[in-house]
Design a protein around this ligand. Structure first.
Ligand SMILES: Nc1ncnc2c1ncn2[C@@H]1O[C@H](COP(=O)(O)OP(=O)(O)OP(=O)(O)O)[C@@H](O)[C@H]1O
Length: 272
């Protein structure tokens, strides 16, 4: 399913979170959103699943306007917010059972499948979530969004706080999903190498607007050759900027050399 956001504006009091943002995510792509803190990534994701409404502009998933038919869209979308809380008294398996029931999904073994898919052991799934580590909670969160076999996955900083093994395992899960299904996967991350590794396309958000978007190769190559901000063309370029960390250059160029944000991106680039 493709995703389109057109001229989207969203304010919270005096704060403009999204300032005329437009973005197109082709069906079946793995799309990385990179941006500075406060760029509007989480706001965009909330609008994509109808948890919030734009002040202006339109957001659609699979051609369906999210503002008009949010519930229908959410049936096909798995959304993992940045912070997920689970009731302490329940086991991981029970949490999944509640999610399955709320979504009206059949009891057909999908809970056990989801547990296995995210790398939780069946024994861990029977433990109370109050005793889960951060990594186990992230895995459980991902399992909840995989339950309905969604057409679209929207993941808000899914690897934040994971140790290197957890990050690798998350990458493997995304790799499996993209290899075995035609799901569209959109996630945001501060780790540019992760976006380069996993995504075919990416966008740079800054101050509530898309500053650059396109195939990862194209963005990286354009930044390296000084061709300026890339458009959102369909064909990747042949030059592979991936090998040379070119996405970092694209990010720098897109946010206009803001020194504070730049150093943050650099430091997080090397973080696991
Ligand atoms: N519910 C809200 N109430 C008030 N301001 C908000 C709200 N949600 C977001 N904002 C503001 O909107 C701007 C964009 O926030 P958002 O959380 O979307 O950014 P982000 O790119 O996800 O940031 P981060 O990388 O730090 O998670 C910020 O200035 C933020 O303070």
């Amino acid at each position: 399913m493709r995703i389109d956001a057109t001229d989207v504006r969203k304010t919270y009091g005096d704060v403009t979170a999204l300032d005329g943002l437009s973005l197109s995510v082709p069906s079946g792509s793995t799309y990385g959103i990179i941006g500075t803190n406060g760029a509007g990534k989480s706001t965009l994701f909330r609008l994509l699943v109808g948890h919030d409404r734009p002040d202006a502009g339109t957001v659609s998933v699979g051609g369906t306007d999210v503002t008009e038919a949010g519930r229908r869209v959410r049936e096909r979308v798995g959304y993992l917010p940045e912070h997920v809380g689970f009731p302490d008294g329940l086991s991981g398996r029970e949490v999944l059972g509640v999610h399955r029931a709320i979504r009206g999904l059949p009891k057909d073994g999908r809970t056990a499948d989801a547990i296995e898919r995210v790398g939780l052991t069946q024994e861990e799934a029977d433990r109370r979530v109050s005793g889960y580590s951060n990594g186990m909670q992230r895995r459980l969160g991902l399992a909840t969004v995989l339950l309905p076999d969604p057409d679209v996955l929207i993941l808000d900083e899914p690897t934040a706080g994971l140790d290197p093994r957890g990050v690798d395992e998350f990458h493997a899960i995304v790799g499996e999903i993209t290899a075995e299904t035609d799901a569209t996967v959109v996630f945001c991350s501060h780790v540019l190498g992760e976006v380069e590794r996993l995504c075919d396309r990416a966008a740079v958000l800054h101050d509530g607007r898309v500053r650059a978007a396109g195939s990862v190769d194209e963005l990286a190559a354009d930044a390296e050759t000084g061709n300026g901000v890339a458009g959102d063309g369909d064909e990747p370029t042949t030059a592979s900027g991936r090998d040379r960390g070119g996405l970092r250059a694209a990010f720098r160029e897109a946010i206009g050399g803001d020194a504070t944000h730049d150093s943050q991106a650099d430091s997080e680039e090397v973080a696991p």
